[in-house]
Write a new protein. Structure first.
Length: 361
């Protein structure tokens, strides 16, 4: 029997989102029904709304979520009604060539629910990142629901489902930041601050936050930045070199994803240092670098997909660190809002006045 629930739908490209009643099926084989408790408003949702990802409208937005299992489908044995879960937009299949090579974070056949959630007239909805959690209930593949400690606040816990995990993992997994390393992070929004937090947890000696907004730089110190650089009026490459004995950082994380920030990051790192791109670029962006510099500077240029995380392994760890006071997830929550306030949250996101607006149901 389908469930009628309220949800945030992007009906047309660029149009304001709408609060509509949708139909969510009971879970089928390998699926779970989740009663959503909280969901962060992420830039990716805005990209969906604006048609920057694909044109499969209408979209059911929301993906950075935590909630409680309400029902499980046939074959689901590791989850039960009442379990507190964080939703992941990647659920490794375990059998593709990447999973077989022991790299499930690159899974090429990530699982999603087989059934569609729909409008009342039967029109199928495209759930953002296979989740669709700006809704009172959502349907996902069982592998997308990761059981975590229920003592965590839902509005904080849900953030590890996307932005926090992406930034944290970019530092800890992709960048392999180690004890005593120097790290520079370009862009101090939610993902950049999560990278700063990850570098701090990993034992970095010096963490340099780079941004054009003094407010964001001030906030970055809360998550572990030891130094800040406002690149609006200062050459950030020279500034980072000046803070690292003239050498550059061991690891640079570009949490913006623009040609100019990538170029800055490339030259901001020490010889044989690592540059990690986690900020998502627009499809038409291009980068040009002298080939001799690519050769002579050595090191590694990496892209970080979802922080190279394995949700079933990493989500419970991050929640444990949050509950023990070692990871300030609460610091990412700028405000809590109702389901019908998502469009206004997009405006605040564009203005840069929030780290995260979080819908609480």
């Amino acid at each position: 029997m389908p469930h009628e629930v309220h949800a945030v739908v992007a009906a047309k490209q660029g149009a304001p989102v709408e609060l509509q009643t949708i139909l969510v099926p009971d879970p089928g084989p390998g699926e779970v029904l989740v009663a959503v408790q909280a969901c962060g408003v992420c830039h990716t949702d805005l990209h969906y709304r604006d048609g920057a990802i694909n044109d499969e409208f209408p979209f059911l937005l929301g993906h950075e979520a935590a909630g409680v299992i309400e029902g499980v489908g046939p074959g689901v044995t590791d989850l039960a009604p009442g379990d507190f879960v964080v939703l992941a937009w990647r659920a490794p299949c375990g059998s593709c060539r990447s999973c077989r090579r022991g790299r499930p974070w690159y899974c090429f056949d990530s699982r999603n629910a087989a059934q569609s959630m729909t409008l009342l007239d039967g029109t199928p909805l495209s759930p953002a990142l296979g989740i669709g959690a700006f809704a009172e209930k959502t349907l996902v593949a069982a592998g997308q629901a990761v059981k975590v400690d229920p003592h965590a606040r839902p509005e904080a816990a849900g953030l590890i489902g996307c932005g926090v995990m992406a930034g944290y993992g970019a530092a800890v997994h992709t960048g392999a930041v180690g004890s005593g390393d120097t790290v520079a992070v370009i862009g101090c929004g939610g993902v950049g601050n999560a990278a700063i937090a990850g570098a701090s947890v990993a034992g970095a000696r010096r963490i340099i936050a780079v941004d054009i907004d003094d407010r964001k730089l001030d906030g970055a110190t809360r998550f572990g930045a030891t130094h800040t650089v406002n690149s609006r009026g200062t050459d950030p490459v020279e500034a980072v070199r000046g803070l690292t004995g003239g050498h550059g950082a061991d690891v640079v994380i570009d949490a913006v994803g623009r040609p100019e920030t990538y170029t800055q990051g490339f030259y901001m790192r020490d010889l044989a240092g690592t540059l990690v791109q986690v900020g998502v670029p627009a499809p038409d962006m291009r980068i040009e670098l002298p080939l001799i510099d690519l050769f002579s500077r050595g090191g590694a240029l990496k892209s970080s997909w979802y922080g190279d995380c394995l949700p079933s392994r990493d989500f419970p760890v991050l929640i444990d660190r949050y509950l023990s006071g070692r990871l300030d997830l609460d610091g990412f929550v700028t405000e809590t809002i109702a389901l019908d306030e998502v469009e206004s949250a997009f405006d605040k996101m564009r203005d840069g006045t929030v780290l995260r607006s979080v819908v609480v149901l």
